[in-house]
Design a protein. Structure first.
Length: 218
């Protein structure tokens, strides 16, 4: 293929291309970047825009959100949130996005805003069994967080009551840190059985100490 035969990249994708990292990080197109694949990226962008418009028109909120690439799904939820009238549906979708996300600390401001939607019905983000478990916990209990950045509690929502899981998260990509803290039960937004995860607004955990973790990467 000659360079003159290569399709130009859609101008709206261009600002999201990181040529040094070899990635394209657009909300609708997230992939390794190769100039020879421009036509493929452009087609995906057109297809996603068409499908997102259809999903919004038909009130398919789940499809609207998950047509966006993973790092942008909380942003997508924030755009569609005012149109979700059913609190149960809203919190079910919030939890799906939460459990699928890997960059929550990077979008903590958006997460905070989303937690205020249907706030009076926020219990629906948990199952009945999880609500019962939380209600039976001590008024103050220990929580842990594995991290690469010992200063990240500023934006941290995700903690765990399972020290082993927290330790694993902190060392899975190299040496890290384990934060030991306590939280009042009344400050807990939600308790998820998966990973014994506890959702707590930043600033509501009293961090008592930090220990270094050795990398678990072989």
């Amino acid at each position: 293929m000659q360079l003159t035969d290569i399709e130009p990249l859609d101008p709206s994708l261009e600002p999201f291309v990181d040529r040094e990292a070899g990635l394209i990080r657009h909300p609708l197109v997230y992939a390794m970047y190769n100039v020879l694949c421009n036509a493929q990226y452009n087609q995906q962008l057109r297809d996603r825009r068409r499908d997102i418009e259809a999903a919004e028109t038909h009130g398919n909120h789940n499809r609207y959100v998950f047509l966006h690439e993973r790092p942008y799904r909380f942003r997508a939820l924030s755009m569609i949130a005012p149109k979700i009238q059913d609190p149960n549906a809203y919190w079910t979708l919030f939890r799906q996005v939460w459990e699928d996300s890997e960059n929550i600390s990077e979008v903590s401001g958006i997460v905070g805003e989303l937690l205020d939607h249907h706030r009076q019905d926020r219990r629906y983000v948990m199952t009945a069994h999880e609500r019962q478990t939380l209600a039976g916990m001590s008024l103050r209990f220990p929580v842990y967080r594995g991290t690469r950045d010992p200063g990240d509690p500023v934006n941290a929502y995700s903690w765990s009551t399972d020290i082993r899981r927290a330790r694993w998260y902190g060392s899975r990509r190299g040496a890290g840190y384990l934060l030991h803290g306590t939280v009042r039960r009344s400050e807990v937004i939600a308790l998820f059985e998966v990973d014994a995860e506890v959702l707590i607004a930043p600033g509501n955990v009293t961090v008592q100490r930090t220990t270094e973790l050795v990398s678990s990467v072989a």
